[in-house]
Design a protein around this ligand. Structure first.
Ligand code: SF4
Ligand code: SF4
Length: 269
């Protein structure tokens, strides 16, 4: 476990947010992460609970509690504490194809479920994850690792959002030849066009896509399958097809406009 007394000795510390008047000058990320040493101290706060709710990903009354990916949170918290950053990365990659995305945009269900949070502040699991993956890029652990053996099987993945990318990554690791089709002009789907820069700057997506290309995945953008390429053609060309097109139908919020009258009245138009 982290440090047996760490949760009593150290306070929860998180990245520093830029001042509001500075942050409104652009749409970019506005958090400065902790240093590696500071992050290690945060790793020390993990108690390595016998039942680690942080990684449980349970469904309770229709809501998810704990990490839905079952990330090995207590393991890598400990590895962060002891400074074993490479091993922490290896354990993180066991369950998570894209920690560079989740450690930025995930609502941190792990922390909401953390036992430390019952009596004080939860362990900074999400920022520990961010520290692990960014260190891995810095040190080269996250570099491309193309599969050594190819199966000769061809798979088409339709849609390059998070689901399509994860499917492509897994299939490529198994040695299949994967081609991802995307109807927009850039790869990423919701990551690219649905999440603002202040949560996920686009270079983070491009950095990962470049690695996936190096590992052998082909991306074809600006191609609407069904219109630009017929399904029959793909069925002929590929051994398997994965549909990961997402749900493009918008779901409108049923909200009216409120008109403010005097301070006691609100009327709905
Ligand atoms: S922040 Fe990471 S560990 Fe926590 S719930 Fe999200 S993906 Fe899982
Ligand atoms: S619930 Fe919190 S304290 Fe317990 S193992 Fe998970 S992160 Fe550590």
């Amino acid at each position: 476990m982290g440090k047996p007394t760490g949760f009593m000795e150290y306070k929860r510390e998180t990245s520093v947010s830029e001042k509001p008047l500075e942050r409104i000058k652009n749409f970019n990320e506005f958090h400065t992460p902790l240093s590696k040493e500071e992050q290690q101290i945060q790793g020390a706060r993990c108690m390595n609970c016998g039942v680690p709710f942080c990684q449980s990903g349970m469904n309770i009354m229709g809501m998810t509690s704990g990490c839905p990916l079952h990330n090995l949170v207590p393991e890598w918290n400990d590895l962060v504490y002891t400074g074993n950053w490479e091993q922490a990365y290896n354990r993180l990659k066991k369950t998570n194809n894209f920690p560079e995305f989740t450690s930025r945009v995930c609502p941190a269900l792990c922390e909401a479920a953390c036992t430390c949070g019952n009596w004080g502040d939860a362990v900074t699991c999400k920022e520990n994850e961010h520290g692990i993956i960014e260190n891995a890029y810095e040190k080269g652990y996250a570099a491309a690792k193309p599969p050594k053996v190819r199966t000769g099987k061809k798979v088409a993945v339709i849609g390059s959002g998070p689901a399509g990318l994860a499917a492509a990554d897994q299939l490529n690791k198994r040695g299949h030849l994967v081609t991802v089709y995307e109807r927009d002009d850039r790869v990423g789907g919701l990551l690219m066009y649905g999440i603002p820069n202040m949560k996920l700057e686009k270079w983070v997506i491009d950095r990962k896509i470049a690695i996936m290309k190096e590992e052998g995945i082909t991306f074809i953008t600006g191609t609407d399958v069904g219109k630009d390429v017929k399904a029959a053609k793909l069925l002929k060309e590929y051994d398997r097809i994965v549909l990961a097109c997402g749900a493009k139908n918008p779901r409108d919020i049923k909200a009216g406009t409120f008109i403010v009258g005097n301070k006691n009245t609100l009327s709905r138009s």
